[in-house]
Structures are given as C-alpha cells and as structure tokens.
Design a protein around this ligand. Structure first.
Ligand code: SME
Length: 157
C-alpha cells in the first residue's frame, strides 16, 4: 500500500463505521479491511485494554495469546507508553511475545480517543523490516481516523 492507498483505506475504514454504533462489529470490519489490503502480513488485530491488561479482540490470522500485561511484549510496551512500536526484528525485541512463529517484524499502534487508551492495533509480518516509517505514519493516520469515527471517549468492548 502506498500513501495514496492508505488514504483510500482511511476513507473506507471510516465509511464502514458510518451509521453503525456496534463497536465489536466495527472493530471486526476494521481489522478485516486492513488485513486484506496489506501485503506480506500474517496477523493483524486489536488488543483491547481491560483494566491493567490487554485482551485479544477481533483479528485475522492464527489463534493468538489472549492476555498481555501492560508493559509486556511489543503490544504491552505500546499500550503503556502510548507510543507506536515499530520493530524491524522481533527476535531482537526484549520480551517479545511469540504468538505465530512466522512473525519476524511487527508494528503496534495505540488506539486512543479523548486521551483514553482503547487498545492497540497489532500488525505482524513474516518478513524482516516489513514496516517503513511511511507505513508507520500512514497506519497511525488510518488508526486515528478510525478511532475518531468508531470510538466514544472511554469506549471499551
Ligand atoms: N508479539 C506480540 C504479541 C501478540 S501477537 O504477535 C499476535 C507482542 O510481543 O506483544
């Protein structure tokens, strides 16, 4: 996906939400849209913040670990710091949690609304260094647009 493709994805992601208040359905459609639009990705999904841990939400890919404590792994690090984690080689990330052994690089983007953390968007690739800085920026934009259209302040599934 190039920058133009990501802009189209943003439009489609927000259009899928229009008029539909069900957050679980909207989250499921969001991950399906992104997964099928992106090349070279083996797992893509949302972990939702519940109390002090992340719990597996809608995803595409193989079954994954269900609970991740804040601060643990790539997802827990992104959630606790509220900062995107772009990991070119997951084997070099201390504390990386293996779910699908095919995963070699990973991008995790916090999903925020109104200053609250809803959860994280986790994207795994079987290729080393799959995600460029441009991918990061564009996916952060798509995720932020989806959060604005799909989430209320303090939303949770
Ligand atoms: N690798 C992640 C765990 C989730 S799976 O990749 C689906 C992590 O270290 O947080």
């Amino acid at each position: 996906v190039n920058a133009q493709g990501y802009r189209e994805l943003e439009t489609r992601a927000t259009a899928l939400v229009a008029g539909e208040p069900d957050l679980l359905a909207n989250a499921a459609n969001f991950v399906a849209l992104l997964y099928h639009a992106m090349d070279d990705v083996n797992w893509l999904g949302i972990y939702v913040l519940r109390g002090e841990e992340l719990v597996l939400g809608p995803f595409q890919g193989l079954p994954a670990c269900v609970r991740i404590a804040l601060g643990e792994g790539v997802c827990g690090t992104a959630a606790r710091s509220r900062r995107t984690q772009r990991v070119p080689d997951v084997h070099a990330f201390p504390g990386h949690i293996v779910c699908d052994t095919a995963s070699r690089s990973e991008l995790v983007v916090p999903l925020m609304r109104g200053g609250h953390l809803f959860g994280v968007l986790d994207i795994d690739s079987p290729s080393l260094d799959r995600f460029s800085e441009e991918d990061q920026r564009c996916i952060e934009d798509v995720a932020a647009a989806w959060c604005r259209s799909a989430l209320a302040d303090g939303a949770a599934i």
